[in-house]
Design a protein around this ligand. Structure first.
Ligand code: GLP
Length: 290
């Protein structure tokens, strides 16, 4: 039986500095587990008018399932976003805000319009700002003014990039303009009718350092095509050619992946983290009645 004291114990283990890897069977399981984790963190934080919970958010196909689950929780009255502020990781340069593939459109269509977030609390970089350097500096300032990010959620590219921190990006980088590399442009062409020439070549992106400053980081990795990146992320040294590997040094990082994404991991790594699942699963449970 799960007792209140056990729950307190698990809650305290959150403050233990460590990198966690949660391995689940499928993409759907990853989506549900991630959404439950986000819900639990927001509820435990107990946000209110003087105390907002600040979330960093990604785009891409990976987090879509998690957003759907969070919307379900909201619709079922189990999660409120009234006192949540969000900061998105990145945005293309030069796409109109209402372009179907802009990250503004993505976030409003797939998440924000379905929940009770106050529009002024949903921050997304403006890729059409006349002064992009100023836009990036102001974004960093807004994060600071909000008290920093409580939980930054990210996805990765098959080359191990986080946000648009392409291979070779500085691991202490801040929000800035980045030129996209060919792999990323090719990977994202699927959203632009498969036409590489339609994919923007620049983006505004938070830096690795910006995400590292969050009090907690959660990274979602699914699919066999990202298995080598997951191996580089957690089994080898920190390397600016695989920018997601920087999070090994973050005091509280949780990687959530499906079975397919573990294909390049060592058997002993998988066994070790699978053996911890009973502990990890407690992190998403509701507290028992006192
Ligand atoms: C883009 C985004 C990243 C995202 C990545 C993976 O490059 N800038 O933030 O993590 O795509 O996207 P997907 O989840 O669709 O594989």
């Amino acid at each position: 039986m799960f007792l209140f004291d056990d729950y307190e114990c698990i809650r305290q283990s959150w403050s233990v500095r460590q990198m966690r890897l949660v391995i689940l069977d499928s993409y759907d399981d990853v989506s549900l587990w991630a959404a439950k984790y986000v819900r639990r963190r927001i509820l435990d934080f107990n946000p209110g008018p003087d105390r907002y919970f600040t979330l960093g958010l990604p785009t891409g196909s990976t987090p879509l399932g998690m957003y759907k689950k969070l919307i379900e929780f909201h619709n079922a009255g189990k999660l409120c976003f009234k006192y949540v502020k969000t900061f998105n990781m990145d945005e293309y340069v030069g796409l109109q805000r209402n372009h179907p593939e802009s990250y503004h459109t993505f976030m409003w269509q797939n998440f924000f319009k379905h929940i009770d977030i106050q529009p002024e609390n949903a921050h997304i970089l403006d890729g059409n700002a006349p002064d992009t350097v100023k836009e990036c500096d102001e974004f960093e300032n807004k994060i600071k003014e909000s008290g920093g990010i409580e939980l930054f959620i990210g996805g990765i590219g098959p080359d191990g990039h986080i946000a648009f921190n392409e291979p070779g990006s500085s691991l202490v980088s801040r929000t800035r303009v980045k030129t996209l590399n060919q792999d990323t442009i090719q990977a994202n062409a699927r959203f632009f009718d498969g036409e590489i020439s339609k994919v923007p070549t620049e983006a505004l992106t938070v830096g690795v350092g910006t995400v590292m400053d969050a009090r907690e980081v959660m990274i979602l990795i699914t699919g066999a095509h990202k298995s080598f990146a997951l191996h580089k992320a957690i089994e080898e040294g920190i390397n600016h050619m695989w920018t997601v590997s920087a999070f090994q040094q973050h005091p509280k990082t949780i990687f959530i992946c499906d079975e397919d994404a573990t294909l390049e991991l060592r058997v002993k790594t998988v066994k070790y983290f699978n053996g911890l699942m009973h502990v990890h699963n407690k992190l998403v449970e509701d507290p028992p009645e006192k």
